[in-house]
Structure formats: structure tokens, C-alpha cells
Design a protein around this ligand. Structure first.
Ligand SMILES: NC(=O)c1ccc[n+]([C@@H]2O[C@H](COP(=O)([O-])OP(=O)(O)OC[C@H]3O[C@@H](n4cnc5c(N)ncnc54)[C@H](O)[C@@H]3O)[C@@H](O)[C@H]2O)c1
Length: 418
């Protein structure tokens, strides 16, 4: 099969929206222009398992400009934008295997379809491609120059795999680049998670008690934005340092058991499992809203919630209302999957500009290496990270000072006077 998408007639809409995003991705655009001249990815087959959004489409187009043959499947069954999938498949002739709402079997058959193309580089968002290659398609291992990993949860899994001696390919942790997690996870997830909650529910945040589980990069961004809209934000954490930081940032910090009865809106962004469970649902107010923006749909124990419900209603597109036996209603958004992608459009393009500039430049880095790296999890090369911040500032028209010779000498010395 050349591609598997929902509706080829959506291509024109996908093209317009992809071009709209491109206008806000000047760094990726400049890389694509250079790629078109230099063709550093000639002969490289790149299989990506990423959220199929307008920003990802621009990454795929940039890789193709560099001479690569890119293919794409979804990294989440609910995040696919069908018009974007149609645009890439129809207008660019790319093998795209992604249908919004696909079931588990189709999701994994799509992963196998992009791997059947025999990639030399893979792009992952949650390590699904790398783990499928290791489990089912080991014949690909030798030909793989390496893989890139886009998200925190994927990097954690790949490091665990490496620690167990199970990782047989080199992986670059794109998530860990400063120009990725400090911006994408914080500002991107912060804004788009709120966007997803508002599109799903249209509730007023001002005056609400908004509980953020996890004060990592995503949680910080979310907490600050919810406060900016007038919510009273409470943070739950397991790490004392992160909890202390939240306290000093001016947030109330409390255990989930304590805050469960008081929260109006709960959002998990921990990358952990079973953060909100049955005993919390037992305590929640009638009408409480529960959502997740962490990578997997395991942060909210939705199986137990379903088992507690006498009835399940669907009052709005992305809302399931679980009516408990005592009549209280708990509203689960987006089936507990990444709310910013299931009910909004994911991160804004201008932040993905930096994340995907990392993906593009790391693909070039792997392709140009004289020898394949040994298996392991690698940081994005520091010069790539630094170059992206410079390009982004330039595109924003922001200039900064430069160290003088005297200042450089002073900062490097231990002898110069105070
Ligand atoms: N929605 C998106 O588009 C998007 C974007 C980037 C990352 N992510 C995902 O979001 C998750 C968080 O990413 P991050 O970069 O903020 O990670 P992070 O490691 O910086 O932060 C996670 C935080 O959660 C805390 N935590 C862990 N278990 C907890 C628990 N039981 N209760 C309360 N806090 C707990 C940790 O101590 C840590 O401070 C990951 O799964 C990541 O893959 C999602």
C-alpha cells in the first residue's frame, strides 16, 4: 500500500494549513533552503513516527528537500490531522500511514508499514519505532545509522534499554537539547494544553482551582499559563527539589490525596503511571475535569474510573462524563491521551521550529558521520543546539551583545583583579 490516510480530498486544506505553519518556522525554512542546495540526505530513507501535524509536515518537506525519502506514521492514535496526512501523501507523494482515531491494530500496522520501507534513519516520539525494530524487525538494525527521540518519556525508555544492554542502535536525544525542552516542553505544552482543555470544555479558568501534577518542563509551563489566566494553581510533585521550586515560584504544593476534593481541573504531566487513581475519583467534586498531557495515556487510571461509573455520557466531542453511583460526574478529556494534540492542534509552529530544526540538523549529522556511532543515547551536538538559538534570535530580529576581548579574558582567568 502506498499510503493509508482517511480522506485524500482533504489535501488542499492540509496544504494551506501547512503553509500557514511554515510562515512561523523560519529556522526550519532556512535549513530546508540550504538542504535543497547541498542535498546532504541523498539516498537516506527516513521513517518517522511522529504526531501528524502541520509542523511535522514541514519537517518532512525539509528532509525531502535535503534528498531524503521520508515516510510517516502517527505516534498517537488521536493526534493525526487527517488533512495534513492527505497533503503529504497526495501533494508530496510521501508514504503516510495515519488515520485519526485508528485502533491499536491499525496503529501498529502503520508502524510496520513505515519500517517496511527499510529506513536508514528513524525519528521517534515515544520510542515506538526503535522498540518495534528491536522486537520484530531486527534485520533492520544493521542498516540503521541511528534514530532521533523527540520526547522525555522516549528518552527515559531508551536510556533504560541502554542500561539493560538491550539498545542496539545509536539514538540522539533531541528532547534533551536546550533549544527543545526549554521551549517546546515549557511554552509549547504550557499553551497548547490549555488550548486543548478550553476547546474541549469552554470552561472559564479564572477563579478555578487548577491542579498540575508534575512540575517538570511541561508542568512549569502549564502552571504559569493557568495562573496567567486567573486560576488558582496547585502543584503535586514527588521530587523535593521540583516541589521547592514550585513553592518559590509562588504555587501551593500539596499531595494529590489532599487536593483531590478541592480541584476543579486536574492535569497530569509527569510521564509516570497511575498518578490519579480510584481513591482520588472517590473524593473529587461533582463536575471535576481530568486531563493528561504526558506522553502515554497511563497517568490517569481510566480503567478504574470506567469500573466506578454507573453511566458514561458524551456531552461534547472530547469529553466523556463518568457518572458515579452517587451521582457525581467526573469529566475525562480526550480519553486521557495528550490533550493538546487530541483536542487542539499541538504546539504552535514557532516553538516546533526549534524542535524540528534539531531533528533536521541531527539527521544531517548522522548522515554525514564517517562512521556509524556505537549504540547508546547521545546528546544533540552542542554546536547544533547553539546554532539553533542563534538562528531563532536572528529570525525574531533580536540582537545581543558580544563579549569583548577583555571580558573573554576576565571570565577565563582566576588571576585578574576584582
Ligand atoms: N503534551 C505534549 O505535547 C508533550 C510535550 C513534551 C513532553 N511531553 C511529555 O510530558 C511528560 C513530562 O515531560 P517533562 O519534559 O515535563 O518531564 P520532566 O521529567 O521534566 O518532569 C516530570 C515531573 O513529574 C514529576 N513526577 C513524576 N511522578 C510524579 C507523580 N506520581 N506525581 C507528581 N509528580 C510526579 C517528576 O518528579 C518531574 O518533576 C513526559 O511524558 C513527556 O514525554 C508531552
Amino acid at each position: 500500500m502506498k499510503y493509508d490516510i482517511a480522506d485524500a480530498s482533504l489535501a488542499a486544506k492540509g496544504r494551506d494549513r501547512t503553509e500557514w505553519a511554515s510562515q512561523r518556522m523560519p529556522v526550519l525554512r532556512s535549513i530546508a533552503e540550504r538542504f535543497a542546495r547541498e542535498r546532504p540526505l541523498g539516498g537516506i530513507v527516513i521513517s518517522g513516527c511522529m504526531h501528524v501535524t502541520t509542523e511535522t509536515a514541514n519537517l518532512m518537506i525539509a528532509l525531502a528537500a535535503g534528498g531524503a525519502k521520508p515516510a510517516l506514521c502517527a505516534s498517537n492514535p488521536l493526534s493525526t490531522q487527517d488533512d495534513v496526512a492527505a497533503h503529504l501523501a497526495v501533494d508530496h507523494g510521501m508514504p503516510v500511514f495515519a488515520v485519526r482515531g485508528e485502533d491499536n491494530d491499525r496503529y501498529y500496522s502503520h508502524i510496520r508499514s513505515v519500517l517496511d520501507l527499510g529506513p536508514t534513519i528513524t525519528l521517534d516520539d515515544g520510542a515506538d519505532l526503535v522498540s518495534t525494530v528491536h522486537r520484530e524487525k531486527r534485520e533492520l538494525l544493521d542498516g540503521l545509522l541511528g534514530s532521533m527521540e523527540e520526547t522525555t518519556t522516549g528518552v527515559i525508555r531508551l536510556k533504560a534499554m541502554h542500561k539493560d544492554g538491550a539498545l542496539e542502535v545509536p539514538v540522539i536525544a533531541v528532547n534533551d537539547a536546550n533549544t527543545k525542552h526549554m521551549f517546546d516542553n515549557r511554552y509549547g505544552t504550557g499553551q497548547s494544553t490549555i488550548d486543548g482543555i478550553l476547546r474541549a470544555t469552554n470552561v472559564l479558568l479564572a477563579g478555578s482551582t487548577f491542579v498540575v501534577a508534575g512540575y517538570g518542563w511541561c508542568g512549569r509551563g502549564l502552571a504559569f499559563r493557568a495562573r496567567g489566566m486567573g486560576a488558582s494553581v496547585v502543584v503535586t510533585e514527588v521530587d523535593p527539589l521540583r516541589a521547592l521550586e514550585a513553592v518559590m515560584d509562588g504555587f501551593r504544593v500539596a499531595p494529590m490525596d489532599e487536593i483531590a476534593p478541592a480541584g476543579d481541573i486536574f492535569v497530569t504531566v509527569t510521564g509516570d503511571i497511575n498518578v490519579i487513581v480510584g481513591r482520588h475519583f472517590d473524593e473529587m467534586k461533582d463536575g471535576a475535569i481530568v486531563a493528561n498531557s504526558g506522553h502515554f495515556d497511563v497517568e490517569i487510571d481510566k480503567k478504574t474510573l470506567a469500573s466506578m461509573a454507573a453511566e458514561v455520557l458524551r456531552p461534547r466531542e472530547s469529553v466523556e462524563t463518568y457518572v458515579l453511583s452517587d451521582g457525581r460526574r467526573i469529566n475525562l478529556l480526550g480519553e486521557g491521551r495528550l490533550i493538546n494534540l487530541s483536542s487542539a492542534e499541538g504546539h504552535p509552529a514557532s516553538v516546533m521550529d526549534m524542535s524540528f530544526a534539531n531533528q533536521a540538523l541531527c539527521s544531517e549529522y548522522l548522515a554525514r558521520l564517517p562512521e556509524r556511532l556505537t549504540p547508546g543515547v547521545y546528546n544533540v551536538p552542542a554546536d547544533i543546539d547553539a546554532e539553533i538559538s542563534k538562528l531563532k534570535l536572528g529570525a525574531m530580529g533580536v540582537r545581543i551583545d558580544e563579549l569583548t576581548g577583555e571580558q573573554r579574558e576576565y571570565l577565563a582567568s582566576w588571576e585578574m583583579g576584582t
